[in-house]
Design a protein around this ligand. Sequence first.
Ligand code: ADP
Ligand code: MG
Length: 380
Amino acid sequence: MYLTHLSLNNFRNYHQQIVNFEAKKTIILGNNAQGKSNLLEAVSLLSTLKSHRTSKDKDLVLEGQEESKIEGILERKYGKSELSLILRSQGRKTLILNKENVRKQVEFLGILNTVQFSSLDLDLVRGAPDCRRNWLDSLLIQLEPIYSYILNQYNSILKQRNALLKKIRTSVAEGEKETIISNYLAQLSLWNEQLAESGSRVTRRRARILKRLAPLAQYWHSNISGKKEELNVIYAPHIPWSEDNPNLVKEAFLNKIEQRKMAEQYQGKTLVGTHRDEIELIINKTPARSYGSQGQQRTLVLALKLAELNLIEEIIGEPPILLLDDVLAELDPQRQNFLLETIQSNFQTLITATHLNSFDAHWLKESQILSVESGKITDF
Ligand SMILES: Nc1ncnc2c1ncn2[C@@H]1O[C@H](COP(=O)(O)OP(=O)(O)O)[C@@H](O)[C@H]1O
Ligand SMILES: [Mg+2]
């Protein structure tokens, strides 16, 4: 797929900006705080409707303005798509696909596929388990947009179940009437059922995608490390199960809920479920998070990103767009070369940089170079 055009209106520090992508590789060059990451962020919003830098739409709208608009034209094998997104400092997003309003996010997601790699991504290895879950969930949403619906549903059940558990705890503490408490407990068993149903969908999808991703990541990690290291990516669901069968997985959930019943009522929150899953990253049999050197951790993130590229291409049938933000500065020359060599002309790539030193003559010749200064883009 190929993004040919991007236009920004009151987005972050851009007033009005049109960019036409004229080569498969675009280098976005500029000093710090000029708008390089903002440009990549706009593309990733069209892709996932999420920013990895903020969860508030208000932050995305040019200060002092009420609305911002991002528009992109995408060429895919099956034809052209026009994607527009209106973000508001107050209020909901509007999604427009080919000039028609789209009500469900699911219909907008999965049209523009991207893989993002930024200097923040070391958190993927070093951060808490939710970093890895969020990463996996975003990938799943791109591959199977319906997953965004499944995940929202799970989170909403979780929230309501937590509220009820809290209510039960307070009622017990305050010596509320037996009938009221047993009414709450009856409600709880309905929520247990829902949590198990929804959670089993989440965990089975996570398991399936990791099973496909793990060997690809292992391949890349081995290559980048000169065959010296073996990477294992292992899904560690909070509620373990062995067979990908909806009834059995749901049963495992219900059993675990039953086991932890007293603790949940005592603590007043949900203690079991996919919101506590972990994705283990193991290099040469030791956890990369605590024992990996910085170099190993960087190799690992690079391997995961390249695996993501392969997997999206394999499933979607077209290469996704690669967004590289400040990544070269983070890698040593050997890994920089590896990355640039691997990308070559295989993917449309938008890459930010503060200088051109890392690129060889061949790359520079094939790239469109844009300069960014205070939210204005010009040809270099
Ligand atoms: N909503 C906003 N309105 C106006 N300016 C913004 C907004 N959000 C971010 N900025 C500005 O954008 C600049 C940072 O842009 P960024 O793309 O992150 O820089 P870099 O080129 O270093 O990647 C900062 O100057 C910041 O003040
Ligand atoms: Mg930046």
